[in-house]
Design a protein around this ligand. Structure first.
Ligand code: ZN
Length: 201
């Protein structure tokens, strides 16, 4: 496996529509997904889209671990590490929540972004199996963020109020941020601005 270089805002690959993948089970896609997983874990993100590693194809990876939300959160808030090829989102409720997001392609910054609260998504796993799930909470947020990357949309382009765009370490210093859904773990800033689990990406 290989660590891949992450494209930063300003690179053209981040603002174009990524190509559909004709064969989700192709070996090159499996290799890409393996390298994306390694790259995301190394960067301490919770999501990554192929255009962010300079590959303009419709594949994303993400997870929504338990522990981000309250214990009584619905099951649809959570997802194991998932690779999703040619994803399609269906909005199940017009309700939106404003939550803090970060992006590995926009390092050091966080912004408050409105996202749909309840969605359904479909696509394919690298073994060719169909995936069809409902998602709420952070799970819904991360999937919307990653799918946006496939259409050349960065979270900053979804922000209605740019006064809510900030350096993540300043937000922490002033106790304004966590990450959208439920953080609660950023009170004791350890001074390391790399380990921000709101940086999905
Ligand atoms: Zn991102």
């Amino acid at each position: 496996m290989t660590l891949l270089k992450i494209a930063r805002m300003g690179h053209p690959v981040l603002v174009r529509r990524a190509d559909d993948i004709p064969d989700p089970t192709a070996r090159e896609i499996r290799n890409l997904v393996e390298n994306m997983v390694e790259t995301m874990i190394d960067a301490q993100g919770v999501g990554l889209a192929a255009p962010q590693v300079h590959v303009s194809k419709r594949v994303i990876i993400f997870s929504s671990p338990e522990g981000r939300s309250d214990a009584d959160s619905p099951k649809t808030d959570f997802s194991p590490l998932t690779a999703l090829i040619n994803p399609v989102i269906e909005i199940l409720s017009e309700e939106q929540d404003l939550g803090w997001e970060g992006c590995l392609s926009i390092p050091g910054l966080s912004g408050a972004v409105p996202r749909y609260r309840h969605i359904r998504y479909k696509g394919f796993a690298p073994d060719g199996k169909a995936i069809d799930r409902e998602a709420t909470g952070f799970h819904a947020r991360v999937v919307q963020h990653e799918c946006d990357h496939l259409d050349g949309i960065l979270y900053t382009m979804r922000m209605p109020d740019l006064s809510m765009l900030a350096f993540t370490d300043e937000l922490r210093r002033h106790n304004l941020s966590g990450d959208g859904e439920s953080d609660g773990d950023d009170d004791g800033d350890d001074g390391d601005d790399d380990g921000d689990d709101s940086e999905f990406e």
